[in-house]
Design a protein around this ligand. Structure first.
Ligand code: NI
Length: 174
């Protein structure tokens, strides 16, 4: 089931999320809903706070080529255990900040540890777009958005646009 995605600014997008203790069917259903929501958007990553759940859960799939097999990843309690000194710049966007993009610099490679959908502890090194995406999503779990890396003026400009967008959408609904 698709879930509505919160749009910035929203206090729930600025909160540090709680660790997930034991996996249960409810959490697995949430992860499945998040993947469905992400693919439908379409997007390459989604964090639980973006659907209003303040738990440490992210989903991602950075396989871009249409003909390639999808690789949906579900990560409970993900954490970066190592980062490369080498940095990389990607133009980032966010499903909670529609149609806004900006360059963000992050470590080019990261090693991430997480608990998968079956409750197994996993560890993997990510590079390229995967590295950027997984860091962007983990940031969400600490209440951090990609626009927090931008200069204040640019961040305020984007936030104002989002306030306007939310007002327009609320008016459409009314
Ligand atoms: Ni995002």
């Amino acid at each position: 089931m698709k879930r509505p995605i919160l749009i910035h600014p929203d206090p729930r997008l600025k909160k540090a999320c709680d660790s997930v203790p034991d996996l249960d069917d409810e959490l697995r259903a949430l992860a499945d809903d998040m993947l469905e929501t992400m693919y439908a958007a379409p997007g390459i990553g989604l964090a639980a706070p973006q659907v209003g759940v303040l738990s440490r859960l992210i989903v991602l799939d950075c396989v871009k080529a249409e003909e390639a097999a999808p690789r949906p990843l579900v990560m409970f309690n993900p954490r970066v255990t190592a980062s490369s000194e080498l940095m990389n710049v990607y133009e980032e966007g966010c499903l909670s900040i529609p149609d806004q993009y900006a360059d963000v610099e992050r470590p080019a490679e990261v090693e991430v540890e997480w608990t998968d959908r079956d409750g197994h502890l996993r560890k993997e090194a990510f590079g390229g777009l995967w590295a950027t995406c997984v860091q962007h999503e983990i940031d969400h779990l600490d209440g951090k958005l990609f626009i927090d890396y931008l200069k204040p003026l640019k961040r305020q400009m984007i936030t104002r646009k989002m306030v306007k967008l939310k007002k327009e959408r609320a008016r459409e609904k009314a």
